[in-house]
Design a protein around this ligand. Structure first.
Ligand code: PHE
Length: 328
């Protein structure tokens, strides 16, 4: 019986099986337990002798069981660990990386240029009041210049800003010159949407105020921007124009080689001029001088990358977006 029990213990392959072997020999109705119980029927001498042997065997089996139990626990643990093993040398699961939108790239690139020239970057609200968008910028109430910048109005009389110029006023109200700032942001117009016009687009505004600022500084700032954008010395051009908040006012263009056609031409960018005394008056500045310029960012992006329709920039069509992942 002993040999058989030892063999069964040694060959059990799970803790469950081992437990069954234990019950079979050492349980309440187990074979060894049975034998112990039968001792009572034997004469005293035999009983003592056999009793010792059975108890020794019982101890031996218990030890064998506990030894086997330990072995089985170890091997079950090994199997479990083996099953959970991670091969850290396997390549990772690739995931698709996103990228900046082309407009974000262009804006970042412009901001880099101005930050390197010492300008601060500030932003302002898209929902504006008539005061900041028009009145404080010297648009008289019934002036036709307002008609050129029709926009969307809220029922409480506010409006979606038509340009980033209101930030000129907001910034000056809270800061003393000298300073140099650029303002990137969304602007809105009531436009008949077509390939070159959207009801929402982006502008970059620059405002420099200090002592003895002149048109020469304005021209210099535009040249610096053009050079940084185009990468080599380039020409810039100012042509007289009208904006109520500058005097004199001009439109500016930079001379460049159109990357699509390869032709050299003027790229009309936006408006500029010396800050109008009425604007300084509105913010309580005395004896200040300064210049401002502002232009549409979409136009720069469209011409630079040969995009035929402004609407492609807002349709989130991956076939378009993917082409500009990682540009610049
Ligand atoms: N805000 C003007 C526009 O949107 C551009 C401009 C900015 C003109 C600064 C002069 C000075 O048309």
């Amino acid at each position: 019986m002993r040999d058989q029990a030892i063999r069964e213990i040694a060959t059990s392959t799970t803790q469950q099986e081992l437990q069954e072997v234990r019950v079979k020999y050492l349980g309440k109705k187990g074979r060894l337990t049975q034998r112990l119980r039968e001792l009572g029927n034997l004469p005293a001498e035999e009983r003592r002798q056999l009793g010792r042997e059975i108890n020794a065997m019982k101890a031996e089996l218990e030890q064998a069981i506990s030894h086997r139990k330990h072995e089985l626990q170890q091997s079950e643990l090994r199997q479990k660990l083996e099953g959970e093993r991670v091969d850290v040398t396997l390549p990772g699961v690739p995931f698709k990386a996103g990228g900046f939108h082309l407009l974000t790239h262009v804006i970042n690139r412009l901001l880099d240029v101005f930050v390197s020239l010492g300008y601060d970057v500030v932003t302002g609200p898209e929902l504006e009041t008539d005061y900041y968008n028009f009145s404080a910028l010297n648009f008289p109430d019934d002036h036709p210049a307002r008609d050129e910048q029709d926009t969307f109005f809220t029922v409480d009389g506010r409006l979606l800003r038509t340009h980033t110029s209101p930030m000129q006023v907001r910034y000056m109200e809270r800061h003393k010159p000298p300073f140099k700032i650029v303002v990137p942001g969304k602007v809105f117009r009531n436009e008949a949407v077509d390939a070159t016009h959207e009801a929402m687009f982006h502008q970059l505004e620059a405002l420099v105020v200090g002592e003895h600022i002149t048109m020469a500084d304005l021209k210099g700032a535009i040249s610096e921007m053009a050079t940084a954008l185009i990468g080599s010395e380039t020409k810039t051009r100012l042509q007289p124009s009208f904006f109520p908040f500058v005097e004199p006012g001009a439109e500016f263009a930079i001379w460049w080689e159109n990357p699509r056609s390869g032709k050299e031409e003027w790229l009309e960018l936006g408006g500029c001029g010396m800050v109008h005394p009425k604007v300084f008056e509105a913010v309580g500045y005395q004896d200040a001088t300064g210049f401002a310029f502002g232009f549409g960012i979409e136009r720069l992006a469209l011409v630079s990358y040969g995009i035929p329709d402004i609407r492609y920039l807002y349709q989130s069509d991956l076939r378009v977006l993917k082409q500009f992942r990682g540009v610049l």
